[in-house]
Design a protein around this ligand. Structure first.
Ligand code: GUN
Length: 302
């Protein structure tokens, strides 16, 4: 039987690490990390995710700054809020929940976030840093995938990894991280031909397609490690509604290891968000002006 990679337990270890980092900051008499979470509109899944992120932020002892804006909010007003958060020394991390309503250009908003506070790792500076393998803030879900993989794989070098999905949030950044570990990486997507055959060649499969049960048992070679990033709600609300991933989990007993849904990647995303916020807070402290307690204007990472 495949080893079930327990994302909940691994995330709990990260939460504990973060808590000890917060304890150290408190003991040193420096301000606690602050995370601002911005939600525009009422997308039901986003409301759940944001609620979870805020609950964990508070539980970790961070200061949380919650901004829930109506769906009609315009780009200029949202940019103004980002500018305020960039300038607020109590805010070390800024997260704008995606997707944004269609009249707001997400790129314009993400580009406006100070890169040192970009705890989602979506700013072009951080994306660029990831692509050239230098230090920056790394997107939370891909980072979570790598931390899960590290619990079952010692040496990534030369392994064949197939990523299903080319999103900016998961597919592309996880491909970069796998490449950095010297995997041979194939990124597949909706237009890929012969997907089952390509997946069958993989030692590592990262399924991030948003398609329930897409990866079937005969797509996965025996001994492969499968990371299921999918969170799909299926069934009838109130009757048999449930969350499933992008893999046919029960057909994958021949894998070496697999993440469950729920309880696999999901908890890691929030844990990595707090981890990134702590890293960002520490970095910002290092760039603080001595003496007057104010922070130096945050320059871009370039
Ligand atoms: N929407 C889905 N995943 C994410 C994420 O990791 N960060 C943000 N900001 N929005 C998301």
């Amino acid at each position: 039987m495949a080893t079930i990679i327990d994302g909940k337990a691994i995330a709990a270890a990260i939460f504990a690490e973060v808590a000890s980092g917060v304890g150290e900051m408190a003991a040193a008499g420096v301000g606690l990390p602050g995370l601002a979470v911005v939600l525009v509109g009422e997308d039901p899944a986003s409301i759940v995710y944001v609620g979870r992120k805020l609950a964990h932020t508070r539980k970790a002892g961070f200061q949380s700054f919650e901004h829930r804006l109506p769906a009609e909010t315009n780009e200029v007003d949202l940019l103004e809020l980002i500018e305020q958060l960039n300038a607020n020394p109590m805010v070390n991390g800024i997260l704008v929940q995606l997707p944004l309503p269609p009249h707001i250009r997400a790129n314009r908003i993400l580009d406006a976030i100070e890169p040192l506070k970009d705890v989602d790792g979506f700013h072009p500076v951080n994306v660029g840093r990831l692509s050239i393998g230098t230090e920056g803030l790394v997107p939370c879900t891909p980072l979570g995938c790598m931390l899960l993989l590290e619990t079952v794989i010692e040496d990534f070098r030369g392994l064949k990894a197939v990523v299903i999905g080319k999103s900016n949030i998961v597919g592309k950044p996880v491909a970069m991280l796998l490449l950095e570990r010297e995997c041979t990486v194939t990124v597949t997507h909706i237009a890929t031909r012969g997907l089952p055959e390509i997946v069958r060649s993989a030692d590592i499969v990262v399924a991030a397609a948003g398609s329930p049960g897409l990866v079937r048992g005969d797509w996965v070679k025996p001994g492969a490690v499968v990371i299921d990033v999918g969170i799909n709600r299926i069934g009838t609300p109130g009757i048999d509604s449930r969350l499933v991933g992008d893999t046919a989990f029960v057909e994958l007993g021949h894998a070496a290891a697999i993440t469950p849904v729920p309880g696999g990647v999901g908890p890691m995303t929030v844990a990595c968000l707090l981890r990134n916020t702590l890293i960002a807070a520490k970095k910002q402290q290092r760039s603080a002006l001595p003496g007057d307690g104010r922070q130096k204007r945050l320059v871009s990472l370039t």
